[in-house]
Design a protein around this ligand. Structure first.
Ligand code: ASP
Length: 435
């Protein structure tokens, strides 16, 4: 029988009712024997995530300021959770220990990691599961990367039957100090655990029923995605469409383990399965996603194609301003470099001056106010007429296309449009490809 690793996000653990629901989910399938919890999240819009409260406690303590108020909030939430779930855990003692550590100058990562640690303690007691401290099995190398030894350490600990809880988000460095992944990193812990035990599926339980084919803020009736490939998710996530941590896909992807995004409060919903390959259904695309706030550096120079090293020099100038770029669509005598506005910051004028001085092109200018839209789908590759359909839809919606970039993978066509046309363009593309 295969094993299923279940990661529960902060909203799924926000209060005792949610945790009771988590227990029902786990008990309804005996393959669910590894649980990776986040720290309790917001109970409602006005609430604060435990992790944010802990960061605040650490910051105030670091500045020798009074942190008793946020700490009291952390304490109240865990004590209430433990009491309402009827656990016998001495949560008060664990909180006292945490307070003593903060007073003694504990690191930022250590303090943040306690959100998951304490949550793991409470729920393992409630579920009657074995608690495994992530510090013992999730190891980071000195450069901050995951140490592959973690896979073996996890396997050794979960040997045998039973239910195990491994808190998400943190591990330990070679010196034994606590270290966290980036924000939202419990998804990564779940993926690492899934890979370690060669899980049948990695279930990622959250507060939505999976991915949608477009941002509901732009396309209110956007359909949910049933199945999507790792590659498609990656391309869509790049444009900000994500319910899942970007880096979490890599460990499971390498092992071909499917990820199943599911809604804790609607467990009957099909959710979204992320797989290596999917059946190509009637939908040619998996989704459309975009973002405003890009700027394009446009350069024109006669006979550019014959100048050796021209592109390299352009990119060197961009890098010398400490700007990272996104794409470089180019023509025979033109080249453009697309950057996010927050990367460019106030450096635009100096960048243009440098390009002018160093490369002496015929024309160089910055075009601001660009939105990029990615249309992604495995079904698009090797298929005739896709681009025609896309551009006809945009023309019919009277959207002027400023940039076109089709990645070599052929599963993603990126168009750049004026920010004012952004919403209309996404809607038009969605309607052109989704019934
Ligand atoms: N609790 C951490 C955060 O808020 C990690 C996670 O929830 O995945 O970022």
């Amino acid at each position: 029988m295969g094993t299923v690793v279940c990661k529960f996000g902060g909203s799924s653990l926000a209060d005792d009712r949610q945790v009771a629901q988590v227990r029902r989910i786990i008990e309804s399938d005996s393959r669910r024997c590894l649980v990776v919890p986040s720290a309790p999240g917001k109970r409602d819009d006005s609430d604060t995530k435990i992790t944010d409260l802990l960061y605040l406690c650490h910051e105030l303590a670091r500045q020798s300021l009074d942190y008793s108020q946020p700490f009291a909030m952390v304490r109240a939430r865990y004590e209430e959770l433990a009491a309402r779930l009827g656990t016998s855990l001495n949560i008060g003692r664990l909180l006292d220990q945490l307070k003593a550590r903060i007073d003694n100058g504990a690191s930022r990562d250590f303090v943040a990691s306690r959100g998951e640690f304490l949550c793991g303690k409470v729920i393992s007691d409630y579920l009657g599961a074995t608690f495994i401290d992530a510090a013992e099995v999730i190891r980071f190398r000195a450069d901050g990367e995951l140490d592959p030894a973690s896979y073996r350490l996890i396997r050794e600990k979960v040997d045998g039957s039973g239910l195990f809880v491994i808190p998400g988000f943190y591990g330990s460095d070679p010196e034994g100090a606590a270290r966290t992944f980036s924000r939202g990193g419990s998804d990564i812990t779940g993926a690492v655990v899934a890979r370690a035990v060669d899980a049948e599926v990695y279930e990622n339980w959250t507060d939505v029923s999976g991915l949608l084919m477009a941002d509901p803020g732009l396309v209110p009736d956007a359909r949910p995605v049933r199945e999507i490939t790792y590659r498609e998710v990656r391309e869509l996530a790049y444009m900000g469409a994500s319910v899942f941590h970007d880096e979490a896909m890599f460990p499971v992807r390498a092992a071909g383990i499917p990820i199943h995004i599911r809604n804790t409060n609607r467990p009957r919903d099909p959710g979204t399965r992320i797989l290596a390959r999917r059946e190509l259904t009637a939908d040619l695309i998996a989704g459309v996603a975009g973002q405003p706030a890009f700027t394009m550096l446009f350069i024109e120079m006669a006979m550019m194609n014959q100048q050796k090293g021209f592109g390299r020099q352009v990119l060197e100038v961009v890098a010398s301003h400490d700007i990272s770029y996104e794409h470089t669509p180019s023509g025979i005598d033109t080249m453009s470099v697309i950057m996010r506005d927050d990367q460019l910051g106030g450096k635009g004028e100096r960048l243009v001056d440098d390009i002018q001085r160093i490369l002496q092109p015929d024309r160089v200018e910055l075009l601001t106010g660009l939105a990029l839209i990615a249309t992604v789908g495995e079904g698009m590759s090797h298929r005739i007429g896709i681009a025609a359909r896309l551009f006809t839809a945009l023309a019919d919606a009277r959207v002027n296309v400023r940039v076109i970039d089709q990645g070599a993978s052929e599963i993603n066509i990126i168009v750049g449009v004026e920010e004012a046309d952004y919403k209309r363009a996404v809607r038009a593309i969605y309607d052109a490809f989704v019934d």
